[in-house]
Ligand binder design. Structure first.
Ligand code: DAH
Length: 339
């Protein structure tokens, strides 16, 4: 019996040398359930006791050898198959390259960096927001149109929960959590039930800014906006402040940046004015301070909120706001240089 096994070992060694057998045929002959080796194991019982040890050793030698050879035969088959494989004609030939930041993320990060240089920290709030933080604490009257279904996406028709319509809700959270001095910016996604066009979308990004301390004035606000515009757009960029109205600031203003008015796209984007509105701002209304537990007799402050898409549009001369969300690889690749 032991001689038989030794003969099989020699046979397998020969196969190992000339690699002449198909792996599956090899497996069937030696390693499968009905193969030679299993058979030898089954005969172990009837081997006389004094031979059992030697028998065990040779049969294990055979088994280990056969497994190695089977592995080698399979590897040979794999590599020769690869060698003869026809190239996939649909495969890209150029490398895919590394991913890069979306222009919205780059602009957001740059704005955060500009404000963090002058002491602003970063705060965040939830995208599903309650009526108090999105509207009531911000001094929106009960019948204000922004609360309407027309403008706001409500969650499951519950008037108390909605997708936040602006990041001003995070101001409220910041003031509720902390007494002044507060100097924070809050980047995030906001949602409005608006028709999608070149200039507007139902989902976009804002950065809110809030500064509350003793003796903060409108002059401080103007100075901060100028600092931001100089840092982000460059010293030669023209900006203007227009009086405006927001329920949560008094007085309020809107800030425009000069876009230019040379071609049709300029006309479309700036509605024929040459100016593009990029943020709203103002002095925080005393009612808002009181609602958030801050004494308006002691403290004052300013707030601003800017749209990241609009600002990125100006930075990269993007003619249509919808391009940000289409994820067209050709658009995204324009920003590959790590801008
Ligand atoms: N929340 C306003 C909006 O979404 C923007 C805004 C205006 C934010 C004035 C402010 C502000 O903090 O003071 O249109």
């Amino acid at each position: 019996m032991i001689e038989t096994i030794n003969a099989v070992i020699e046979e397998v060694k020969a196969i190992q040398k000339d690699r002449s057998m198909e792996p599956e045929a090899f497996r069937m002959k030696y390693l499968a359930k009905k193969g030679l080796i299993t058979n030898f194991f089954q005969e172990f019982k009837s081997v006389p006791n004094e031979q059992k040890r030697e028998y065990g050793q040779v049969i294990n030698t055979l088994k280990n050898l056969a497994e190695d050879v089977y592995g080698a035969l399979k590897a040979d088959a794999g590599s020769s198959a690869a060698g003869t494989r026809i190239e996939d004609p649909t495969k890209r030939t150029e490398s895919l390259g590394f991913g890069q930041k979306h222009p919205i993320s780059s602009v957001r990060d740059e704005i955060i960096e500009i404000f963090s240089r002058v002491g602003f920290d970063v705060s965040e709030g939830p995208e599903i927001e309650d009526d108090w933080h999105n509207f009531s604490a911000l001094n929106f009257p009960e019948e204000h149109p922004a609360r309407d279904m027309q403008d706001t996406f409500f969650v499951a028709k519950d008037p108390d929960w909605a997708l936040r319509t602006h990041t001003s809700s995070v101001q409220v959270r910041a003031m509720e959590k902390q007494q002044p001095p507060i100097r924070t910016i809050s980047p995030g996604r906001v949602f409005r039930n608006e028709a999608i066009s070149t200039r507007s979308h139902c989902m976009f990004h804002q950065i809110e800014g809030l500064y509350i301390d003793k003796d903060v004035s409108f002059a401080d606000l103007k100075q901060m906006i100028q600092y931001f515009a100089d840092s982000f757009f460059g010293k030669d960029t023209k900006i203007r402040l227009r009086p405006s109205y927001f329920p949560f600031t008094e007085p309020s203003a809107e800030v425009d940046i000069y876009w230019g008015l040379e071609n049709e796209i300029d006309y479309r984007i700036t509605k024929g004015t040459g100016w593009l509105e990029i943020m709203g701002c103002g002095m925080v209304d005393p009612n808002v301070l009181s609602a958030c537990g801050i004494d308006p007799e002691v403290y004052s402050g300013y707030a601003f909120g800017m749209g990241i898409e609009r600002i990125a549009m100006n930075r990269y001369q993007i003619p249509d706001l919808r391009m940000y969300f289409e994820n067209d690889i050709r658009f995204l690749q324009l920003f590959e240089s790590g801008l």
